[in-house]
Design a protein around this ligand. Structure first.
Ligand code: IPE
Ligand code: IPE
Ligand code: MG
Length: 246
């Protein structure tokens, strides 16, 4: 069957989101502390950002720390925060060189002061770049985001700026932290877990899901390309029939 007959997507996605999972298991397999896995996960982040930018992906969203991850042991949380500060600092020249815009989604206010400062400064410094947008989901959970959106919409209704019958899907969308970012066409999760873990629930309504058994520190450029190739073979129907979209 030809590509045309199969009606494959062909284009590369403009937005790829990744649940970077498996650092702890990667370290444990080597008899090391979980934090050793997080340290090695940084290289996979670097490689993924590089290949995504190279391939012309417009938005790359990385789930780096969830609202629920705050409940992990203090030592692990502290290490993750330090790694974040260090990585942003170290990667600044590369982000600038590759024309990448940095953004963050999540409860940024809940991050420790030093971390927030580093992040805000990096976001500001890269804001004039025009290449790929790298979105870091930090202290992010979709239920948190949706609850926040409801609260903000309620305030607008109370002020009389919006009437209840005027609330549409676009209204909800505009109150999400991802408001100016298109929905991801492709969501990748590493480490062989088949779940979403409170990530972008609204935004992935029609995303293609791709699961790989690779643990995050082992995820390389070739794995990213494999996911893109797999995406290209998918038929995205959005509720229509195959015949309708041909
Ligand atoms: C992903 O790896 C990184 C974060 C969630 C911060 P994990 O730390 O969840 O590793 P596993 O899933 O326990 O192996
Ligand atoms: C999801 O991974 C969060 C991040 C990748 C940052 P988790 O490891 O926290 O998810 P669960 O607990 O396995 O669902
Ligand atoms: Mg995990």
């Amino acid at each position: 069957m030809s590509a045309k007959q199969k009606n494959i997507t062909q284009d590369i996605p403009q937005h790829v989101a990744i649940i970077m999972d498996g650092n702890g298991r990667w370290a444990k397999k080597r008899g090391k502390l979980r934090t050793f896995g997080h340290e090695h996960g940084v290289k996979a982040v670097r490689d993924t950002v590089e290949i995504a930018a190279e391939k012309g992906i417009k938005y790359l969203t990385l789930f780096a720390f969830s609202t629920e991850n705050w409940k992990r042991p203090k030592f692990e949380v502290d290490t993750l925060m330090s790694l974040l500060v260090k990585s942003i600092h170290d990667e600044m020249p590369t982000l600038m060189k590759n024309n990448i815009i940095l953004r963050a989604i999540g409860d940024i206010e809940s991050l420790e002061k030093n971390c927030r400062k580093q992040l805000t400064s990096a976001i500001e410094q890269t804001s004039k770049n025009t290449g790929m947008t790298l979105v870091l989901a930090l202290s992010y959970s979709s239920r948190w985001e949706l609850t926040e959106a409801c609260r903000k919409i309620a305030v607008e209704v109370q002020k009389g700026n919006i009437l209840p019958h005027q609330i549409t899907e676009s209204t909800v969308q505009s109150f999400l932290t991802t408001n100016s970012i298109p929905d991801p066409e492709l969501l990748i999760r590493t480490s062989g877990e088949y779940r979403i873990s409170n990530f972008l629930l609204w935004q992935i309504a029609y995303s293609e899901l791709y699961y790989t058994p690779k643990l995050w520190p082992d995820f390389g450029k070739e794995d990213f390309l494999e996911a893109i190739e797999n995406f290209k073979q998918r038929e995205r129907r959005f509720g229509l029939t195959s015949e309708q979209i041909k």
